[in-house]
Design a protein around this ligand. Structure first.
Ligand code: ATP
Length: 402
């Protein structure tokens, strides 16, 4: 039977992967359990909007007892859900894709359950059934794996003891077959979460065999359990190519456009600019994206780019950049003469057009072409700022080679 679970954890502890692991240890599991990341932009998530599914012949009542025992259902915003299915309705694929790309209402998920006579159990407002259903039904065309090592119960909530040097050695040995382990520039250990959850670390990679080898190199506090999950992490499955006019809040999109407003750094160190096709939209490289912002700051009006990211409503619909492809750099000119005939200051409007701040007159000036400080190509946020679903460029390169 297929089992799907979601929403068992709270900010104070637990993790739905751990819940799945407890059930798997008790009843077994056929193949690898799946860790399916859903819409990363919805507001209800605790952290990474992950849901779990696996095939097991466990006893339903006992599994439900475990869910009640271990989940944080008494906490606000924790609404556990579990589904049991002998067969997967064809329509579940569509439902799952909707959970990845859109916002689903709880009542729609419950209607789906009723219509398809699906066996389920849920607590609180029952939101967890959305992820539980989607985790079972999601069809994957690309996947990676994550090996998660769990802490001993007595260590939950305490500082994690992981030898960073051993992680770097492991990363150097196996990258790019493993990825996003360590952020060298920002000296950030990416494999360990910051929350008080049972996870000690998670290593991401292309195959279970590599992950087993990689894990053996990591020196850390004692591990209680470990489990390899098959996952849609690192696949860019959340992204949909759209025109700006089609973009809605909570989407994750790929948009092609021309830079229509030069980047500005705002309070908090976030860098904001605009792109346009027939319409215009804001794009943002937020402060946690660190050195990625240096690339963004070098864009100018007229550059042709393809942006990748999640959409939130802040100053207007804004694409929170995960990656950018600079397709064509505009020519940049330096104008020596900066004054209008009337004596006013000329302000650049891009493409050699200037407007006088005093009299408003527009003039086209041809200056000396100066070298751009960036090159055309792909740029991504550092591993420390990477979203679970975002495909690292090393995976693009690897797939192009094979
Ligand atoms: P963790 O990553 O630690 O497991 P989380 O970030 O996955 O935590 P959850 O605790 O699973 O967060 O909460 C996410 C909630 O949102 C779940 O109840 C899930 O069913 C629900 N959900 C998932 N996708 C959607 C969606 N597209 N629309 C509406 N609700 C959704």
């Amino acid at each position: 039977m297929y089992i799907g679970i979601d929403d068992t954890d709270s900010k104070e502890g637990m993790c739905t992967t751990y819940m799945a692991k407890l059930i798997i240890d008790r009843f077994g599991c056929e193949g690898y359990p799946r860790l399916i990341r859903l819409n990363p932009n919805i507001p209800y998530k605790t952290r990474g909007n992950g849901a779990l599914s696996f095939v097991s012949e466990g006893d339903k009542d006992e599994i439900i007892e475990m869910l009640v025992k271990y989940s944080h259902y008494k906490k606000e915003n924790t609404n556990p859900g579990i589904v049991f299915m002998e067969k997967i309705p064809l329509s579940l694929k569509k439902f799952s894709l909707k959970a990845l790309h859109e916002n689903i209402e709880i009542k729609d998920a419950l209607n789906y359950i009723e219509k398809n006579k699906i066996d389920y159990f849920a607590l609180g407002n029952k939101r967890g059934v959305i992820g539980a259903l989607a985790a079972v039904g999601m069809e994957l065309h690309d996947h990676t794996y994550e090996l998660i090592a769990y802490r001993e119960r007595s260590r939950f909530g305490k500082k994690r003891e992981i030898d960073v040097k051993s992680v770097i050695e492991m990363d150097k040995k196996y990258y790019p077959l493993v990825f996003d382990n360590y952020d060298y520039r920002n000296k950030h250990l990416c494999i360990a979460p910051n929350s008080p959850c049972p996870v000690l670390y998670g290593i991401r990679g292309e195959s279970p065999e590599i992950l087993e080898k990689a894990q053996k190199m990591i020196k850390s506090e004692k591990i209680d359990k470990k489990q390899i999950f098959l996952t849609n992490q690192g696949t860019d499955m959340h992204l949909v190519t759209k025109r700006i006019s089609e973009v809605r809040e909570f989407d994750s999109v790929i948009l092609r456009g021309e830079v229509s407003q030069n980047p500005v750094t705002i309070e908090g160190g976030h860098v904001i600019f605009r792109i346009r096709d027939e319409m215009e939209i804001f794009c943002a490289a937020y402060e946690p994206t660190k050195e990625f912002r240096d690339v963004i700051r070098k864009l100018i009006i007229g550059d042709i780019v393809r942006v990748y990211g999640g959409v939130k409503y802040t100053r207007g619909l804004t694409v929170n950049l995960e990656k950018i492809e600079i397709l064509k750099l505009a020519k940049k000119y330096e104008i020596r003469k900066r004054k209008c005939e009337c004596g006013g200051t000329l302000k650049s409007k891009g493409k050699g057009v200037y407007r006088c701040k005093k009299c408003g007159k527009k003039v086209k000036l041809k200056g000396i072409e100066i070298k751009r400080e960036i090159k055309e190509g792909f740029y991504e946020v550092p591993p420390s700022a990477r979203r679970h679903l975002s495909k690292p460029l090393c995976r693009y390169q690897k797939q192009q080679q094979s």
